[in-house]
Design a protein around this ligand. Structure first.
Ligand SMILES: Cc1cc2nc3c(=O)[nH]c(=O)nc-3n(C[C@H](O)[C@H](O)[C@H](O)COP(=O)(O)OP(=O)(O)OC[C@H]3O[C@@H](n4cnc5c(N)ncnc54)[C@H](O)[C@@H]3O)c2cc1C
Ligand SMILES: *[C@@H]1O[C@H](CO)[C@@H](O)[C@H](O)[C@H]1NC(C)=O
Ligand SMILES: *[C@@H]1O[C@H](CO)[C@@H](O)[C@H](O)[C@H]1NC(C)=O
Length: 511
């Protein structure tokens, strides 16, 4: 909203509330006209120069309309981008026109999809156009049943559900409330990656609007292909993507949810290391969260350890026994289908982490090979001291995601911009809090950075491997995209060729 005086925003709302693009002209009135002359800037020209070029079904919203509020609400309040206009394209051509318009006016623009992106780099956008992707939502299975074409604004859950009814599945993110493409463009983790690789490993072709407004179709022979698989947010707006799909091999899945008190940290992570460390079966996934659950422990965060197995109606007791022997507060087995996984692990559309409730939600990710048990204790003690139920950070979650990895490791790491195929699990403290002042932001960052640093130090590594889609924002491009010189050179050369002015540099910029 910066760049517009408050009174003007209110007046502009008069023409913004008639939300359909074509309606903007019709709802124009004298009062609004006076104020528009006062702005005499690019926002004015949206109506006169951009709207006539958009398809009938496109929408445009300005501040003051409920459409604007809905379209700009984000999952994390920390360093959220600020926009003056929302364009909701209905076709790829609408995206093209919007990008061309923005370029002509030298106005920044940013694609919004599920709006769960949370890097602090996004806060550098303090004015400009939001391109809200949600009307580009579609899932079309091919005649031969081997691929699906997904619209650029399609939600992950719609992909899963549509495929499921056709007896098909694909690697998608695990979380129901994010878009398909947001995770995919950064590599993308999902339940089926043990079989088939990352989300981005499934791409077959895609339509992309480049920084200069050209709409191009990319395929495995395009020089940008490599970059779209891990650093894709930097290069364009994907209006549709075609990916591999598979027949459902096993529809049944089972889980055991074990809850432990914090004194069991060593035992739990020693067991996670000892069992299947070298050959975790591709059908077993273990995840854990540290979070406050006063019903289980009134003072300290508990450990919630999930053991998930595909193709069974109960998790193999040979896998669960060492975890039972540790002595859990509770053990809850469940059985169902693939579609139950998000609900079981607390990331379904109605689960708390999916809600946009105004909290600041920075994460501090680190990929690692094994759990360093003494470091897990040190991290737990710090987390328990500073993020317990009595603190500002009581909603925080320390996540440890041990997806199965065979499919990810089977792909040559050189073939994608995603650089961290050698690692085994992804840890990330999510420090969640009600926004207050910069002192609190700093306190949260200090905690997150310290927790991550404990794990990094104990790993004996010099280099931080940070999953770009969970990143805090203050990491370096080497930490997001790999430190090998050839990777950095290749990314920079492509960026120079396709986005020399850095139009796509709000989300984990390469340069
Ligand atoms: C509750 C939760 C669960 C999550 N689960 C997973 C998971 O299972 N697997 C995983 O890998 N990650 C997961 N993530 C991380 C996730 O990948 C990132 O948060 C991602 O940015 C979310 O995408 P979005 O569309 O919701 O966000 P947005 O903020 O809308 O998009 C993020 C950025 O992606 C770019 N972008 C979006 N759409 C397009 C497009 N069509 N073309 C080009 N660029 C585009 C834009 O630069 C945008 O700024 C999860 C995050 C949360 C909060
Ligand atoms: C848990 O997941 C990690 C990471 O994939 C793996 O190394 C470990 O062997 C797994 N342990 C169990 C018990 O599944
Ligand atoms: C846009 O950029 C692409 C890639 O650099 C280039 O091939 C294309 O010709 C450019 N289009 C225009 C209209 O300049």
């Amino acid at each position: 909203m910066q760049g517009l005086a408050k009174g003007i925003i209110m007046a502009l709302a008069a023409w913004a509330t008639g939300s359909a693009a074509r309606n903007i002209n019709r709802s124009e009135d004298g009062a609004a006209g006076v104020c528009r002359r006062a702005t005499a800037g690019w926002v004015d020209d949206v109506q006169t120069k951009l709207v006539p070029k958009l398809s009938k079904e496109a929408n445009v919203y300005l501040p003051g309309s409920s459409g604007f509020d809905d379209a700009t609400t984000r999952w994390s309040a920390l360093q959220a981008p600020q926009v003056n206009v929302v364009v909701v394209p209905n076709t790829a051509a609408d995206v093209v026109e919007t990008v061309k318009f923005a370029n002509k006016k030298s106005v920044p623009f940013l694609a919004y999809n599920g709006a769960h992106g949370a890097l602090t780099t996004m806060g550098k956008m303090d004015t400009g156009i939001e391109i809200y992707m949600k009307q580009l939502s579609s899932v079309q299975i091919s005649q031969d049943g081997k691929s699906v074409k997904i619209g650029g604004g399609t939600n992950s859950k719609l992909v899963t559900d549509t495929l499921w009814t056709a007896n098909k599945q694909a690697v998608t993110g695990t979380c129901e409330c994010v878009s398909y493409l947001g995770p995919a463009l950064g590599g993308g983790h999902g339940w089926l990656q043990g079989h088939h690789g990352l989300i981005a490993d499934q791409f077959l072709s895609m339509d992309v609007v480049l920084a200069n407004g050209s709409l191009v179709t990319l395929n495995p022979n395009s020089d940008l292909w490599w970059a779209m698989k891990g650093a894709g947010h930097n290069f364009g707006i994907v209006t549709s993507v075609t990916i591999k799909i598979f027949d459902i091999q096993y529809s049944n899945w089972a889980i055991e949810t074990l809850t432990y008190s914090g004194d069991k940290v060593e035992a739990v992570y020693q067991a996670a290391n000892d069992h299947f460390l070298t050959n975790q079966p591709s059908d077993v996934i273990n995840w854990s969260y540290w979070l406050n659950n006063p019903g289980a422990d009134a003072n300290k965060p508990v450990i919630i350890f999930y053991i998930i197995q595909e193709g069974v109606s109960a998790v193999d007791p040979a896998i669960t026994k060492p975890f039972h022997d540790i002595g859990a507060i509770s053990i809850e087995p469940s059985a169902g289908t693939y579609k139950d996984l998000a609900g079981w692990t607390g990331i379904a559309t109605d689960s708390p982490p999916c809600q946009k409730s105004g909290l600041s939600n920075p994460r501090f990710p680190i990929y690692l090979e094994t759990y360093n048990v003494p470091a897990m204790r040190q991290a737990y003690d710090l987390f328990a001291a500073q993020a317990n139920i009595a603190t500002d950070f009581h909603n925080s979650i320390f996540m440890f995601e041990g997806y199965s990895n065979q499919g990810v490791k089977a792909i040559d790491p050189k073939t994608t911009a995603f650089a961290f195929r050698g690692d085994n699990y992804l840890a990330a403290p999510l420090i969640s809090y009600t926004p207050a002042d910069s002192a609190l932001d700093q306190k949260a960052a200090n905690l997150g950075l310290q927790l991550r640093n404990i794990l990094l130090q104990a790993s004996g590594r010099q280099e931080l491997h940070a999953y770009v889609n969970y990143a805090y924002g203050a990491e370096t491009p080497q930490q997001w995209y790999g430190s090998e010189q050839w990777r950095q050179d290749k990314l920079k050369a492509l960026k120079q060729k396709y986005d020399p002015k850095g139009m796509f540099s709000f989300y984990a910029p390469i340069a």
